[in-house]
Design a protein around this ligand. Structure first.
Ligand SMILES: CC(C)(COP(=O)(O)OP(=O)(O)OC[C@H]1O[C@@H](n2cnc3c(N)ncnc32)[C@H](O)[C@@H]1OP(=O)(O)O)[C@@H](O)C(=O)NCCC(=O)NCCS
Length: 216
């Protein structure tokens, strides 16, 4: 396994991994037919801060990524949500029934959140901190690759003067990754019960957790 900085030519592979791991580490293809409707988060990080992205390569193929930010540039995740909102709105007539079902559910969730049905649905995160998203393809998990990828990013973030790093992660038996954060020295900073996946996983108790690590 080779861990290296992201290059522009990795973009398609990173988008593919993001799609193939989007549903608690499993493929989004069960719910969305068009990869392009799911890639806004990747675009956001890769366009804003490609220098803070890393990939894992196995025999010439990218099998995992870490999309990071040092927190030095202003990140407005609301822009990403708005982009997704308008992209799907404008594509509404062209969306297939499966996609419509998925995004319809997400808009319903957004509406119910806005009218306060679920209580707080956004996580508290530490101020002036870097953060990241990490995903590895199923066949390559549990072999310490994620830890090595993370360490590469932490080393880089430290060299940029970052003092605190956080990551938001779902906590559910469906994706048993809690120990990944704990064994890598992260502690829980905030937790909410999320209802974002109710349409797909009715009755499942899913928490959204912000994990934090101070860099020494
Ligand atoms: C979480 C993840 C990035 C960790 O990378 P990794 O290479 O599997 O992890 P490492 O081998 O370095 O560390 C092992 C820990 O990772 C987690 N892990 C290992 N295999 C896993 C799997 N198949 N699914 C989920 N988490 C797994 C466990 O917590 C494990 O600790 P344990 O063996 O003591 O239970 C990777 O498993 C993954 O992409 N999972 C699915 C998507 C995800 O959860 N992303 C992060 C949240 S946004």
């Amino acid at each position: 396994m080779l861990i290296r900085k992201y290059q522009k030519t990795d973009r398609t592979a990173v988008e593919m991994i993001n799609f193939e791991t989007g549903f608690f580490g499993k493929s989004m293809s069960e719910f969305i037919t068009d990869h392009d409707l799911w890639n806004n988060l990747v675009s956001y990080y890769l366009e804003k801060e490609p220098e803070s992205a890393f990939v894992v390569e196995n025999q010439g193929k990218v099998v995992g990524y870490l999309l990071g930010t040092t927190g030095k540039k202003r990140f407005h995740l609301i822009n990403y949500y708005l982009k997704t909102f308008f992209k799907t709105l404008f594509a509404l007539r062209k969306l297939r029934p499966k996609d419509l079902l998925y995004f319809g559910g997400k808009y319903r969730y957004l509406f119910k959140t806005l009218i306060g049905k679920y209580g707080r649905q956004t996580l508290r995160t530490p101020k002036r901190a870097g953060h990241f998203h990490i995903d590895i393809l199923p066949g390559f998990r549990g072999k310490n690759t994620g830890t090595k990828l993370l360490n590469e990013f932490l080393k880089y973030a430290k060299s940029k003067g970052v003092k605190t790093i956080y990551a938001d992660s779902y906590q559910t038996p469906l994706n048993p990754n809690t120990n990944f954060w704990l064994k890598n020295g992260f502690i829980e900073y905030d937790r909410i019960r999320t209802y974002a996946w109710d349409d797909q996983l009715r009755g499942e108790e899913i928490d959204f957790v912000c994990y934090v690590k101070r860099l020494k």
